[in-house]
Design a binder for this molecule. Structure first.
Ligand SMILES: O=C(CO)[C@H](O)[C@H](O)COP(=O)(O)O
Ligand SMILES: [Fe+2]
Length: 216
């Protein structure tokens, strides 16, 4: 079970401090949300921020690309030091080739689907995938309400993994807190992104402890 705090809700003026803080709290991953103002209405950061964070943390950099035609940027994120690069099924007509390209660039390849997108849309690329991300909010913003109807897709993809003998991780992203995390685990997820729940708190350590408690 891995926790992946999303720096979308961190203090951008104190980003290094906020990254080190969650690392000291004992999390496994750091989730970095890249938004281009086209695939989603918001603009956040780019590979320059990944590059700046790489030397200051040992955490696995879990980069969630919410950009159109993500294949344009694969080399940039490899050079920046990303460990996992996750791209949206909805963002490219060349999903298969893009996932191959991510692995060839030396990163783990992730594929992500929006709440309205079925698991069947990624069935032919699951053999090329190290991480399947099931969005549990519509992408674009932190702090949204968890969409429990997405959990049936977590169970569906976990079943396919078992049937086919694949070994990808299953991540959930959006609205994860001490209450919703248990249902995510029960559905079959093993990587949990949480942004506002961790960072918009007086004590992120207490929030991280509460998430771990929810996974017991
Ligand atoms: O990809 C994202 C939004 O598109 C974020 O990772 C996600 O929303 C995390 O934020 P929160 O935990 O506050 O919902
Ligand atoms: Fe994300």
């Amino acid at each position: 079970m891995k926790l992946s705090p999303s720096i979308l809700s961190a203090d951008f003026a104190n980003l290094a401090r906020d990254v080190k803080m969650v690392e000291e709290c004992g999390v496994e991953y750091l989730h970095i949300d890249i938004m281009d103002g086209q695939f989603v209405p918001n603009i956040t950061m780019g590979d320059n921020v990944v590059k700046a964070l790489r030397p200051i943390t040992k955490l696995t950099l879990d980069v969630h690309l919410m950009v159109v035609n993500p294949e344009r940027f694969i080399e940039d994120y490899a050079n920046a030091g990303a460990d996992i690069l996750t791209i949206h099924q909805e963002a490219t007509p060349h999903l298969h080739g893009a996932l191959q390209k991510i692995r060839n660039a030396g990163m783990k390849a992730g594929v992500v689907i929006n709440p309205a997108t079925p698991v069947s849309s990624i069935q032919h690329v699951l053999h090329l995938t190290d991480q399947v991300l099931i969005m549990t909010v519509n992408p674009g913003f932190g702090g949204q309400t968890f969409l429990s109807e997405c959990l049936e897709k977590v169970t569906e993809v976990a079943k396919i993994r078992e049937e086919k003998g694949y070994s990808f991780d299953i991540e959930v992203d959006g609205g994860v807190d001490d209450k919703t995390i248990s249902a995510c685990k029960k559905a079959g997820a093993n990587v949990f992104v949480a942004g506002s729940y961790i960072y918009n708190a007086k004590s992120p350590q207490e929030r991280i402890n509460a998430l771990r408690e929810g996974l017991r």
